[in-house]
Design a protein around this ligand. Sequence first.
Ligand SMILES: [Zn+2]
Length: 68
Amino acid sequence: MPLHTYRCKDCGHEVEVLVIGKRGVPEKCEKCSSKQLERKLGGFSVSGSASGKSRARSSGASVSPAPT
Ligand SMILES: [Zn+2]
């Protein structure tokens, strides 16, 4: 998900926007109307699903209710 964080250089106000293509990019700060916005680079990776996919079916033992 292209979620970018922009930070106003003037007042330090941060805004998170969902950027799709070139839409959604804020032109100015919504607080002080400054145009000095810089994009912050997130230090986290969004796509990280390479590890264990599903560990639900670990054992093949079928759980059947004991008929009494
Ligand atoms: Zn600002």
